[in-house]
Design a protein around this ligand. Structure first.
Ligand code: ZN
Length: 684
């Protein structure tokens, strides 16, 4: 078998939050005077999220959040090392310079260095978190020598015994040479995706060797396969391909031991027996690296929906690996948003109706949609691959058989969405790209609500829908699996948004709200998401490929009847939907086709769809969008700083409360994490 990638079932939605721009307000201030935006550099804005209702939680729940939050911060180094083998050396060097450089700081070069440092902190490494490309420092190479030579040598990282000069000599080409380690993950048809990627999941092996290795390891007839290769590095030792697991006493052991220590404390204040049991299983898995235990853990975790406080902690998502096998380390700590959870409960309660009435071939529908646990949560801490850039929705576990037999948990992140929304108010983005005033008004009135519902439906019923034909290899779609899976979920939501059932269930106030969602989707898929692409580049990211493929396909198919129009007015391109009902029919047709591709494992058709509609960028259109966008002076990417949680102890040293403080210093938080949550050596 050559098929070793697993389909990337669900996961995170990253939407351009362009739906809630209200004019006439300061960009970063809300009615409550909570400041959301605290920093901005390059294409990034850094926001704070509020932690509403934290005070009302019980002491026990607050303690649980605190311990889980410490566990969420302790794995930071792991992600850095996974992203690129020299990331930790570089970060530790940058930290040393920021803390001890004794030369002139009030100058352009130092400012350029700080801008570079902020970008590296944000991306958890030297490659852009979204585009995967290596950053180009805005200061000259020789200046890097100056910075290192004038920093405290005792603070510089211990890297193979190199002194300051040798360290500088080694790092300069790593940072400055575009021919070295340029792509963190490279996935072009025909290229060796492993040797041409700079990430650190594989060492000294080729794609062919890895494929051959896993073909021998994976048992395709196992009805309950583990997530093969999820938590290992593949290396060659004595000419033989082998795996080194991430675990206590193994690769990343020093950080994993700290995670385990905090998890054990969390287990002591668990909310119920099941939660205690699941934490014990997670600890067991971290200690052994045994993926069977990871499955055992996920079975209990997925089935435990009764607790107020929950978390994700582990090697979970495989987006960063072009082979779709190796997971980056991530963590979040969260608690339920009771009121908003009611909305997703309505969707889940009607999941079977949505499945039974979908335009999908009945053979590829699920006879019984099971275990969709949907809830709206608030984040108390982001860690690893969820920090600083956070997802807006999460649906886990990823294991197909667990999803089928036990179900999954699906969450939308309310306070993160709120921060995006509030920080975008008054940006002028919507006004620039909407085709007319009524579209703008509709977006302002319904955009947030319809967008939230789209996210909920995508996660709760979109990803959960459909089934494979008997005998279909679940890995057949390989590198196209991920965008196709996102398309399936998006199309399911798009198809149902204007359904009378949605208004009947009280999920939307009226059908016009769905029109706002359609406007937003096509405006984004055809136009505005291109602001995230640099000139001359193609679309790489799975969610963006998904949105482009859907939007361009319906545009093309609707062309004979002029269902969707691209209008060129005064040199500016706009999208106008002329027939919303017919557009819905097109979404339905595409949903049926994408589900067929997945159900039958039709690799050729999947490739054709993504390659034809999801990747290429029209340079003229692209330039026009970038120009309009540049005039607005906005940042296309957002990320977050975390609050600080501090135990308040009584005179006998017992915890009597957990204090929560908001921070407003992005670089300060990065340095603080570097000082207090770094447990790995410079190279691992
Ligand atoms: Zn998704």
């Amino acid at each position: 078998m050559r098929t070793i990638t697993r389909p990337l079932l669900f996961t995170l939605i990253i939407l351009l939050m362009n739906s809630s721009c209200k004019p006439g307000k300061e960009a970063s201030v809300t009615d409550e005077n909570f400041v959301y935006e605290i920093d901005r550099f390059d294409d990034i804005r850094v926001l704070r999220y509020r932690v509403p209702g934290f005070e009302e939680l019980s002491l026990n729940q607050k303690q649980l959040i605190y311990y889980l939050s410490e566990a969420a911060l302790c794995g930071r180094d792991i992600l850095w090392d996974q992203n690129f083998r020299y990331n930790l050396v570089i970060r530790k060097t940058i930290e040393a310079i920021i803390l001890t450089y004794n030369g002139e700081r009030e100058c352009d070069e130092f400012e350029a260095f700080m801008a570079y440092a902020k970008r590296v902190f944000f991306a958890n490494g030297i490659h852009h978190h979204y585009s995967n490309e290596k950053f180009r420092p805005g200061f000259p190479q020789e200046y890097f020598d100056t910075l290192i030579a004038n920093s405290d040598p005792a603070e510089l990282p211990d890297f193979e015994g190199k002194d300051a000069e040798a360290l500088s000599l080694f790092l300069k080409p790593v940072l400055f040479d575009d021919n070295l380690y340029y792509w963190r993950a490279f996935q072009s048809a025909g290229a060796d995706m492993i040797t041409s990627s700079a990430n650190n999941f594989y060492d000294g092996v080729t794609q062919a060797e890895v494929e051959e290795y896993y073909a021998a390891v994976v048992n395709p007839s196992d009805p309950r396969p583990v997530e093969y290769g999820l938590n290992t590095r593949v290396v060659k030792s004595d000419g033989k391909v082998t795996e080194i697991p991430y675990r206590s006493g193994g690769l990343y052991g020093a950080a994993i031991d700290m995670i385990v220590m905090w998890l054990e404390k969390a287990g002591g204040v668990a909310e119920n027996e099941l939660q205690k049991k699941q934490i014990d299983l997670l600890v067991d898995y971290y200690k052994t690296g045994d993926l069977k235990k990871w499955d055992d853990y996920n079975v209990v975790w997925a089935g435990n929906t009764a607790t107020m406080v929950d978390y994700i902690n582990g090697f979970v998502e495989t987006y960063a690996d072009p082979m779709g096998m190796k997971a980056t380390w991530e963590a979040i700590v969260n608690y339920k948003d009771i009121e908003a959870t009611r909305r997703t409960e309505i969707i889940s309660a009607n999941a079977q109706w949505f499945e039974d009435n979908s335009p999908v071939d009945p053979r590829y529908r699920k006879e019984e949609v099971t275990g969709i646990a949907a809830s709206v949560i608030n984040i108390a801490m982001l860690g690893g691959d969820c920090y600083p850039a956070s997802p807006l929705g999460i649906n886990l576990p990823n294991s197909n058989w667990i999803r089928k037999e036990v179900g999954s948990k699906s969450v939308t992140l309310a306070n993160i969405s709120e921060a995006y929304d509030k920080a975008s108010q008054g940006s002028g983005f919507l006004e620039e790209f909407a085709e007319n005033d009524s579209e703008t008004a509709r977006a302002k009135k319904f955009g947030s609500q319809a967008g939230a519902l789209h996210t909920d439906m995508h996660e709760c019923i979109g990803h959960a829908s459909g089934r494979l034909a008997p005998g279909t290899d679940p890995n057949a779609l390989r590198n196209y699996a991920s965008p196709l899976e996102e398309m399936r979920a998006d199309l399911f939501a798009l198809y149902y948004l204007p359904d009378p059932k949605v208004v009947e269930l009280g999920l939307l106030p009226e059908e016009e709200a769905a029109m706002a969602a359609y406007d937003n989707y096509l405006r984004n898929g055809l136009l505005t998401q291109l602001v995230r692409i640099r000139p001359g580049r193609q679309i790489e990211q799975a969610h963006m490929r998904c949105r482009a493929a859907i939007s361009r396909w319906v545009y093309e198919k609707g062309n004979p009847e002029n269902i969707v129009e691209m209008i060129n007015r005064d040199g500016k391109v706009y999208v106008k939907i002329n027939d919303y009902r017919k557009l819905r029919v097109l979404f339905g047709q595409m949903l049926a086709e994408v589900q067929r591709i997945k159900s039958e494992g039709d690799f050729e058709a999947g490739m054709e769809l993504i390659e034809s509609y999801g990747i290429k960028v029209d340079p003229v259109l692209h330039n026009g969008i970038l120009e309009r966008y540049a005039k607005l002076d906005l940042a296309p990417y957002s990320g977050f700083v975390n609050p600080i949680l501090t135990p308040v102890v009584d005179s006998r040293g017992r915890i009597k409360d957990i204090a929560l403080d908001y921070v407003d210093d992005y670089t300060g938080q990065m340095i603080y994490y570097g000082r207090n949550y770094s447990f790995l050596t410079a190279v691992n």
